[in-house]
Design a protein. Structure first.
Length: 364
């Protein structure tokens, strides 16, 4: 069976490309031929950033030069980095710009949407019709698509309900979306992010070893780092670990022992695989920590965060949330016992694979 799926494969971050790779691998292992619909939003294209520099800083050479170095050069480097990975590892379709052209240009038995935040109106400046394959008349399913928020206003909920009524099967990544979709009579199944469908042994085979001298605490974050760095210093001191940080920019922090900049996705996975402890504010950083049975802490980007709450609740790891811990609690945090968590992860994998099997096999 040929399956064409659309996701945020062109976003400039490790989680986006790795979840794309994971779903492609899983579908191929199930005996299907999969292809990724090569749709790229404007904010996933390089030229948008160059235009922004021109408009905002063209009258101030010093500001323009500083902005280019701090913001644009890293984005160019990450664009090249992830483009190379997509070329090496992902089976991409021809470029697609409109949903109505998907069936004409890509002939498939099933069309799939997901994973990642394809249905999050905050992440996409509203709903993007392409991420619903609106106008595509063939059978459509979703896999681990993320709404990413706890609630939607009435207008957005109506729009989402109308789009999803076109799908033969719907699955979502966050359990909090199930009651939300029930309001529009949409039955949804909660499934694992694709990166969790692949076990740690397969990810270790995928990884490309990157050497770090000694045992280390791995940091991977977006945005403001103060609380994360404060926690990292405390944990590293208590556990006698070096602080190792993954970066896609040129920022530095006084507590950095080792910085890895612009590394490949394979090296990214290797750093998680070999870490003694992880602190992150990334959803996929959290997923890899669980998959590799790591001791870890998370700092969700917002107080109430459906994406983090869902994965932590699934594995009964709510106590890993730094936002809910004071300094003494961080010092006294107990190690995670992964014996029961591994069983739950395997159960969730079975459930997720069964959803995919049934959704793809079902006749419309």
């Amino acid at each position: 069976m040929k399956i064409a799926f659309i996701t945020m494969h062109a976003a400039r971050n490790y989680g986006a490309v790795l979840q794309t790779y994971a779903l492609q691998k899983v579908l191929n292992q199930m005996g299907h031929e999969s292809i990724v619909i090569d749709y790229r939003r404007n904010n996933q294209k390089l030229f948008g950033y160059l235009f922004y520099v021109n408009e905002k800083f063209r009258k101030n050479f010093i500001l323009s030069t500083a902005f280019v170095f701090k913001m644009i050069v890293p984005k160019i480097k990450t664009s090249i980095l992830f483009s190379k990975f997509l070329s090496r590892k992902i089976h991409l379709s021809c470029k697609i710009t409109k949903a109505k052209n998907v069936e004409k240009k890509i002939h498939a038995d099933n069309y799939c949407v997901g994973s990642d935040q394809v249905w999050n109106p905050k992440a996409n400046n509203g709903f993007d019709k392409m991420y619903f394959l609106d106008g595509c008349k063939a059978k459509k399913i979703s896999y681990a698509s993320s709404v990413g928020v706890y609630d939607l206003n009435a207008e957005d909920l109506n729009v989402l309900g109308d789009f999803l009524s076109q799908f033969s099967s719907v699955s979502i990544r966050e359990s909090s979306s199930i009651p939300l979709l029930q309001k529009k009579n949409i039955a949804a199944t909660c499934v694992l992010d694709p990166t969790l469908l692949i076990n740690h042994v397969e990810w270790e085979r995928f990884s490309s070893n990157i050497k770090v001298p000694g045992d280390y605490l791995l940091i991977y974050f977006f945005g403001n780092a103060k609380d994360i760095m404060d926690a990292a210093v405390r944990v590293a001191k208590l556990r006698n670990l070096r602080i190792c940080r993954i970066s896609v920019g040129y920022e530095t922090y006084s507590n950095d022992d080792v910085i890895f900049r612009f590394i490949s996705p394979e090296q990214f996975v290797s750093l998680f695989s070999n870490a003694s402890f992880v602190i992150t504010n990334s959803f996929h950083g959290t997923a890899y920590s669980v998959n590799f049975s790591k001791q870890f802490l998370v700092y969700p980007t917002t107080e109430k965060n459906a994406r983090f709450d869902s994965i932590l609740q699934m594995f009964h790891l709510e106590d890993r949330n730094i936002r809910q811990l004071n300094a003494n609690q961080i010092d006294d945090i107990k190690d995670i016992d992964y014996s029961l968590i591994r069983n739950e992860l395997n159960n969730q994998r079975d459930k997720s694979y069964q959803y995919l099997f049934d959704a793809l096999a079902a006749r419309v």
